[in-house]
Ligand binder design. Structure first.
Ligand SMILES: Nc1ncnc2c1ncn2[C@@H]1O[C@H](COP(=O)(O)OP(=O)(O)OP(=O)(O)O)[C@@H](O)[C@H]1O
Ligand SMILES: [Mg+2]
Length: 259
């Protein structure tokens, strides 16, 4: 589903060039969840944005090899644009910025539905939108269609983004700290929902988090990131129970253990 080889991302900043991602390689099969964990500034979001080719050319130089669902998105950036919003979806760090503040939930979700199936009437698209909101556990979906993003809580907005993801033929979901802004019970519900959808659809998930509890719950494999590189990679049990690197150990000791 995703094959990344020697990915490098150089950011053009006011202070000069920053090597935010400095040669990382990883892959994700269908139905698999791979997690990147690391301290703030280690390059996690830049990796996610680089893989999906969401960084503007004048702000970032991306090199290496990225193949998404058989498409080379480094050689052919337009392939990435075609994949995004249909087969590949990003749930960004802040759900509020991912939605338009001036359009209704129904308008934005309906647009995603009609992108997937342009022959649908407005009425049929609204029905499908309400159906999707119901699938992600939003109560009273009909009524939510007419509301604007600022009228919904962070947890509800996360669900709307997941519903938008479901409107396409989702193969790969990239979730950048999807639950960091949420309280613990909502966090658990969102992670549950993602795992259930993964079971139903066989999608691959790239999970970005600084929370080892989240990593432990959802991951098949974990890459530990520091200063743009992976310092340790392995099965989640190995990383959490028998970390080889001091850096991983310091991440582990920074969070409460629940076992
Ligand atoms: N727009 C930008 N301008 C300048 N530097 C940036 C920009 N975005 C990221 N960086 C730098 O690139 C590096 C990686 O940042 P990135 O946002 O990928 O980290 P992160 O692991 O996602 O952190 P966090 O856990 O805080 O979200 C950092 O050194 C950061 O300062
Ligand atoms: Mg980040």
């Amino acid at each position: 589903m995703l094959d990344v080889t020697d990915l490098r991302v150089e950011l053009m900043t006011e202070r000069g060039v920053v090597k935010a991602v400095d040669g990382v390689s990883f892959s994700i099969e269908s139905g698999e969840t791979v997690t990147i964990i690391g301290e703030s500034g280690s390059g996690k979001s830049t990796t996610a944005m680089g893989v999906l080719r969401l960084l503007p050319d004048d702000e970032a130089a991306v090199s290496g090899k990225i193949v998404i669902d058989g498409h080379d998105v480094v050689g052919n950036p337009r392939a990435a644009a075609r994949l995004r919003g249909d087969k590949v979806v990003l749930i960004p760090q802040d759900p509020m910025t991912a939605l338009s503040p001036v359009h209704t939930i129904g308008g934005q979700l309906g647009e995603a539905v009609r992108l997937r199936d342009p022959s649908l009437s407005r009425k049929a698209a609204a029905d499908r939108a309400a159906d999707l909101l119901g699938q992600v556990g939003i109560p009273d979906p009909r009524r939510q269609l007419g509301r604007h993003p600022h009228q919904l809580s962070g947890g509800m907005l996360q669900r709307v983004l997941i519903a938008i993801a479901l409107a396409g033929r989702l193969r790969l979901l990239v979730a950048d700290e999807p639950t960091s802004a949420l309280d613990v019970t909502v966090q658990a519900a969102i992670l549950d929902l993602l795992l259930r959808l993964q079971e139903e659809t066989g999608m691959g998930i790239l999970m970005i988090t600084h929370d080892l509890g989240v990593a432990r719950l959802v991951s098949d494999r974990v890459h530990v990131m520091k200063d743009g590189r992976f310092v340790e990679s392995g099965e989640v049990e190995q990383i959490v129970d028998e970390p080889r690197e001091d850096y991983t150990r310091s991440l582990l000791s920074a969070v409460p253990r629940f076992r």
